[in-house]
Design a protein around this ligand. Structure first.
Ligand code: NOJ
Length: 764
């Protein structure tokens, strides 16, 4: 019905195109090329520039957005897409304006930050990565795509794959941690999940890998700050996940806010054209991040006209929010500062994305009213989210097997996060109905059943300083600050504790203490929470710290004092239930850290895959004069990369190599027997690391090169195999050639990056 209307009302100039594309095969590139060439011949320069414009709408307005008169602009052909607008009827309304009222009738892209789920929210990406389960991660993206597309969205600004080794940076929560190899695997899984096999189906949405590039390495861990990095480090340690997303077919890339090698990424031609397009063969389009183009003025790159021409000439196709393209590019073309060819290239790449999404064939394909009812926040989606959440929790300590809990007696849940549905979803969950998330107390009650008596108390506020709490609980995530005195709150908590057999201390960060512009210089727990925890421990009752956090925290003190720590990140809408599943042992925790947890904030940046220095500290030693170390703390993290306990135990045999040497044409197989030596079934993430012992440039002490998540029944053994090919040993040498070099290599396999079996092989 709707399609008939389009054909009748679409201006004559475009109606023939709409008719001809409706029968085309979207995977046919030559048809796409002809179709778009035909279309572009009819477009004026201004209409082409209009396609490059991405204004913001909707509820979320950050930074410098001026809510422009979007409708008027759409009709004038001055908009290529919109973002942060949700809901089928609103989206249809605006799509109708574009298709029926603008001269060319070109449909709009509707983008959104669908970061870790849509209405059904999955754990924050850092948590998701701790599952080490690529199928689960792909499934989470698939469900997010299904829900978002049912609500009119066809484009997500995800995955974020910025490698980060500095947990002061709040956006560490949105990425996959410190490792490029794992990051690459996650990037691929996410792109597959969003885009599916055929992006033109209406349950698939286009991915946008971000933030290209190096956004996770700002000086001092402060958001938007300068990045200064050698090309060696860039290529070997930071770029791999973006490239993996591109190789997986990500339809779009978002430029990062930071500078790369002295030029903001948004205006960096080397990055956007030489590396991304020429070296990597990226054939989608690049969008700026928010006002990234106009922000180049403050970077000191020139006025609006200058920075817009810098960006378009660099290869940034779409201008998010700043409208610098719209206001300057036509004049710049006339003055010869920007070639029409550059505009054509950018416009074509955006039209191609629309074509690949099938929007020319049916601009309303994401506008089905029925799908929303059927596909969003379904019982099945929530069931999957609960399962995935339970997989991402990391058991950091479990002295005396305090966990799992028995379903009996009284459990006291104490802390500012004991009963806050709004804080479960975690940062960047813009589509979530926050109050529909299951809080910890609600989840525990539901999972425990009638045999358990559950008591709750706040115990303390998030922090003593009310103004800090305001900054840390934005976007409707209030923890409802309690106006009573700290002593009164503590007294109430201790009363609850005295009536309980076991205490769950629900402490850590609020969900908005991580995420964009939520950086911290002190990563210990807020003092008022430490005071509460100490008092609870002093009761002598068993205390389990249920740790909510969006980043690695410094838990040295907590580790010494508390018997058990379960890191639950922010687990999404079903978090409360999933935490219950793990605490009561219905699910055996199997999550492993993807970032090192420091012993002290001063150790940052800290990561397992560091270089060795000429004065390394011998294994397990601490202070030695004139060695690379600190006076006040050793070099080791509190919890290393890859670490995480289980309710069972695993033992590793020795590494068996099928041969000790290989040349550039064959492979070595490494195998190891892993045995579940405990009394419960469980998952173990078996990790393989490699060290290149001698290189033409210095090489890291170890790098993750393989992993496999295995399920072992109690008492069961399995042999896990890894293939080591010469390709796995490649790195970027001094000239940035991607090579492997003959020589000796260590291979290390184990359940975390610290406790490993070792063997040596030679590449001839
Ligand atoms: C700024 C953020 O850096 C980016 O990740 C996000 O996608 C855009 N804003 C759009 O909301």
């Amino acid at each position: 019905m709707k399609r008939t209307i389009i054909k009748l009302v679409v201006p004559a100039i475009i109606s023939c195109v709409v008719l001809s594309v409706s029968s085309c095969d979207n995977s046919d590139h030559s048809h796409m090329d002809r179709y778009i060439s035909h279309l572009m011949k009819k477009m004026t320069l201004e209409e082409k520039i209009g396609q490059l414009n991405l204004p913001v709408t909707g509820e979320i307005v950050t930074g410098q957005a001026q809510n422009s008169d979007v409708a008027k602009k759409i009709c004038a052909g001055e908009v290529g897409g919109l973002f942060n607008l949700k809901g089928v009827s609103r989206i249809r309304e605006l799509q109708e304006l574009a298709v029926e009222q603008s001269r060319m009738g070109i449909p709009l892209l509707f983008g959104m930050d669908v970061i870790h789920g849509y209405k059904t929210v999955f754990p924050i990406p850092l948590g998701l990565s701790c599952t080490w389960d690529m199928d689960a991660i792909e499934t989470s993206a698939r469900i997010a795509a299904t829900e978002a597309s049912a609500d009119g969205i066809c484009w997500t600004f995800s995955p974020m794959v910025d490698v980060c080794r500095d947990p002061r940076w709040g956006r560490i929560a949105e990425g996959c941690g410190e490792d490029p190899f794992l990051g690459a695997a996650v990037a691929k899984a996410m792109v597959k999940g969003y885009q599916g096999r055929r992006m033109e189906d209406n349950r698939e949405i286009m991915a946008c890998v971000k933030h290209f590039a190096l956004y996770g390495a700002p000086d001092a861990g402060r958001d938007y700050n300068t990045v200064d990095m050698s090309r060696q480090r860039m290529f070997n340690e930071y770029l791999m996940p973006y490239k993996a997303a591109v190789d997986a077919g990500a339809g779009s890339v978002m430029a990062s806010f930071n500078e790369v090698d002295g030029i903001p990424a948004t205006g960096n031609r080397w990055l956007m054209t030489e590396v991304l397009r020429k070296q990597w063969g990226f054939d989608g389009f690049v969008v700026s991040d928010y006002t990234g183009i106009s922000e180049m003025i403050d970077h000191g790159m020139g006025d609006t006209t200058k920075v817009a021409s810098l960006a378009i000439n660099a290869g940034v196709d779409m201008d998010m929010v700043s409208e610098a393209y719209l206001s300057t590019l036509a004049r710049s073309v006339r003055e010869g500062k920007v070639s029409e060819k550059a505009i054509d290239r950018a416009c074509r790449s955006i039209l191609e994305a629309k074509y690949k999404l099938g929007l020319f064939a049916d601009p309303y394909k994401y506008c089905s009213e029925e799908r929303g009812e059927r596909d969003i926040f379904t019982d099945e989606n929530r069931r999957v989210a609960r399962k995935i959440a339970s997989e991402c929790f990391v058991l950091l300590k479990n002295e005396g097997n305090v966990l799992p809990l028995e379903r009996k007696g009284t459990i006291g849940i104490v802390g500012p996060l004991a009963d806050s549905p709004a804080n479960m979803a975690g940062t960047w969950s813009v589509a979530a109905d926050l109050e529909k998330s299951v809080s910890l107390a609600e989840g525990i009650r539901s999972v425990a059943g009638d045999m358990v008596n559950v008591l709750t108390a706040k115990g303390c506020n998030l922090m003593s300083d009310p103004s800090y709490e305001v900054r840390a609980t934005m976007f409707g995530r209030s923890l409802n600050r309690d106006g009573r005195s700290e002593d009164t709150l503590l007294k109430e908590a201790l009363q609850i504790a005295s009536e309980s057999d076991v205490i769950l201390a629900a402490l850590g960060e609020s969900s908005e203490m991580s995420g964009e512009c939520s950086c911290r210089t002190d990563l210990t727990m807020p003092e008022t929470q430490t005071r509460l925890l100490d008092a609870l421990v002093d009761t002598g009752k068993p205390v389990v710290l249920v740790l909510f956090t969006g980043r690695p925290l410094v838990l040295t003190r907590e580790h010494e004092r508390v018997q058990a720590i379960l890191n639950v990140w922010f687990g999404g809408t079903e978090a409360g239930l999933a935490i219950g599943d793990v605490l009561f042992g219905d699910v055996n925790p199997g999550g492993k850290l993807t970032t090192s947890f420091p012993k002290s904030t001063g150790q940052i940046p800290i990561h397992y895959n560091h270089k060795n220095t000429g004065r390394p500290l011998p294994d397990c030693a601490w202070f030695q004069k004139f060695r690379s170390n600190y006076l006040d703390v050793d070099n080791e993290p509190l919890y290393p990369f890859g670490y995480g306990l289980s309710y069972t135990t695993f033992q590793y045999g020795d590494i068996v190599l099928d041969k000790k040497t290989m040349d550039g044409t064959d492979e070595i197989q490494a195998s190891i027997v892993v045995t579940n030596t405990g009394e419960r079934d469980g998952h173990e993430v078996v990790q393989m690391y490699i060290r290149d012992l001698v290189g033409s440039v210095t090489r890291p002490v170890m790098e993750l090169k393989g992993f496999e998540k295995v399920f072992l029944k109690a008492g069961e053994s399995k042999t896990v195999y890894f293939r080591i090919s010469p390709d796995l040993l490649r790195f970027y040498n001094y000239d940035l050639d991607y090579v492997y070099e003959p020589g000796d290599f260590s291979v290390m396999i184990g359940g975390n990056s610290r406790d490993l079996k070792k063997a040596v092989f030679t590449l001839l």
